[in-house]
Write a protein that binds this ligand. Structure first.
Ligand SMILES: [Fe+2]
Length: 269
């Protein structure tokens, strides 16, 4: 055995060298149960568990989604089954996962790298959006309390409905609940293969008009290392189109987390 750092090869004995005994290293590794680790196990305990007779293998199949999600431009074209968060396109004011069975309560973002240009974040109060709709578009607001189709962006179990059917606005006690995403509703009707009623066409146009007022939002850049947390029911957010630099290692990359206080720990909650 040749181990210039830890033993004296001339005598071949386990000697103290640089103050460390090789026996100690093995003893510590043994203590940590690492010596018998197999190819697919991290330590002897796991390896021994796998050696048990009569064990059965169960394959778990789930919707391809990660708990920590990479928000970055993959170069794919925005369209059915390709979420805007994996492209560099402009994303209109929205709540995250508006098409969900159970909409996440909070959205967290950690910025690894911002874009070379663009990718600005804007935030608005959905209470204010609701107030302005009430003042300027009361008939259109009423339609937003009726259900509509949202494109589920192919993020559902095989054979499940491609759209969810839910209202844009609802209340939970005195708390506003919102599935804000006019773009996903328009896509939802395309995917569903049906026409939007005239009232819905007008209502979505009214939402786009209200959310295009510059006095509605605040703009806040997300710099490298910064974290942003949003109440996903009460705040809408927007992202401008962006451009990455030449170095792929430093392209815009955010880590995203969704949090729910109720429901199961799975994609649909
Ligand atoms: Fe978002």
């Amino acid at each position: 055995m040749y181990c210039p750092q830890f033993c004296n090869v001339q005598t071949g004995s386990w000697r103290k060298y640089h103050g460390i005994l090789v026996q100690d290293i093995f003893a510590k590794a043994k203590k940590r149960n690492q010596l018998n680790a197999g190819k697919t196990t991290r330590n002897a305990k796991e390896a021994n568990f796998d050696k048990q007779k009569g064990l059965r293998k169960i394959n778990i199949k789930c919707i391809p989604e990660r708990m920590i999600y990479d928000v970055t431009d993959t170069g794919r074209k925005y369209g059915y089954g390709v979420r805007g968060s994996t492209t560099n396109v402009e994303l209109v004011f929205h709540t995250d996962n508006a098409f969900a069975v159970r909409v996440p309560d909070y959205v967290g973002l950690l910025c690894r790298y911002p874009a070379k240009s663009g990718g600005l974040s804007r935030f608005c109060s959905l209470y204010t959006v609701h107030e302005r709709m009430e003042a300027r578009y009361p008939a259109e607001l009423r339609r937003l309390y009726q259900p509509m189709h949202f494109d589920r962006q192919a993020e559902h179990a095989e054979g499940a409905a491609k759209t969810s059917f839910a209202p844009f606005f609802s209340w939970s006690g005195s708390k506003l609940r919102c599935r804000a995403n006019s773009s996903l509703v328009r896509k939802g009707y395309q995917v569903h293969g049906s026409e939007m009623d005239a009232g819905l066409v007008d209502a979505l146009r009214a939402v786009d008009d209200v959310t295009s007022s510059a006095d509605l939002w605040i703009e806040a850049p997300l710099e490298r290392g910064q974290v942003q947390y949003l109440n996903n029911h009460e705040l809408g957010h927007y992202r401008s189109e962006f451009e990455d630099g030449d170095d792929p290692a430093t392209k815009r990359h955010l880590y995203r987390l969704w949090h729910r206080s109720e429901g199961g720990v799975n994609y649909d909650g």
